[in-house]
Design a binder for this molecule. Sequence first.
Ligand SMILES: *Cc1c(COP(=O)(O)O)cnc(C)c1O
Length: 447
Amino acid sequence: MTQTTASGSRLEQTRRVGEFPGPRSREIAERRSAAVAAGVASSVPVYAADADGGVVVDVDGNSFVDLGSGIAVTSVGASDPAVAKAVAEAAAHFTHTCFMVTPYEGYVKVAERLNELTPGDHAKKTVLFNSGAEAVENAVKIARAATGRNAVVVFDHAYHGRTNLTMALTAKAMPYKHGFGPFAPEVYRVPMSYPFREENPDITGAEAAKRAITMIEKQVGADQVAAILIEPIQGEGGFIVPAEGFLPALSEWATANGVVFIADEVQAGFCRTGEWFSVDHEGVVPDLVTTAKGIAGGMPLSAVTGRAELLDAVHGGGLGGTYGGNPVACAAALAAIETMDQQDLRGRARRIEEIAREVLEPLVGQGVVGEMRGRGAMLALELVRPGTREPNPEAAKAIAAACLQEGVLILTCGTYGNVIRLLPPLVIGEELLRDALGVLKEAIAAQ
Ligand SMILES: *Cc1c(COP(=O)(O)O)cnc(C)c1O
């Protein structure tokens, strides 16, 4: 039996940092620089020993408040008892058989759950993979096979992964694409709806969609387009929430033109925004949905879910992979989804938004805070030079560093590197969250 604290957590839910990196972290860092490729960077200089609820504890005993969830992954916490138990039980039986060799029920159960939870009541099917990038690549493969067309339309500020095709689909050169070309062809980028940075601040979502659609029609040709691929709330690009009406208009145009509408819910899905999926806020029903990050409590798993006739348009053996839908990861996903349901993590995400807006919204329009945006527990502050809309990446960096010094782990993002993003585990306690937001508020005020 694991010992729990008064709050029911295994680890004390407190912020407690001495001088860091401590001796153990420094020692590991030295070995790392000799052994690990320099191309993989880390946000913080400490090494994790334990994590639970809203805290990450390092190898020297420092306890950080986690406002990043390992990039929107550990929504149920990094050691949810239900996930840990499901993983241990599954691993004690079999860690792998390969679904393409000897299939197992866990995979089928995850597919059934995803078919139920994703938007729309049409007949759906699912195929499982390991990473978000792999899900996105396969969604494109499915759309191409089903339509017999090649072109894929993506958006400014988009992020879809680091493999060759998904680099092509991603907008930002540094660090994701720089020096890694040539990239996959037949990818066309059109303007996003980005209310804070529109030249015409009154442009509606429908008008922004029209701008994108005209570009598609004139520069690509509607009948050449296999898919429109979009993050309903953009993640790495800066937590950009398009103007209301943008997503529905694109989705309607796609349907009218035989184009597959793919919602990349890898970051925004699974209760993060206060709904199961971020398209749910506008009632949009995508043809295909890609999921990963929050799906399995940190175990590597991803999925493409969508219209049965699209998934079934691919020839037998055309989809798969050695590890896709690993049985231990499937067990973790079923447990994580159960936790989301039982603990009403959609409601928790909405409560996190209420608290964060209460603390941070008064700062908007003052000093470096240009805008606060996002939904649920996917919230961001876009930082500017005071009195302008000019991006202020230095402030974002300084604020994240100041928070870290005080024991609060905060991530940045954005095409211009000027966005502070909040992605706490949805199970974080209110007191701990308020404590961390207080630290953030002070760090912003010090700018
Ligand atoms: C993180 C992310 C991906 C890529 O997922 P990986 O698991 O890192 O391959 C794709 N799309 C979106 C929207 C993401 O946030």
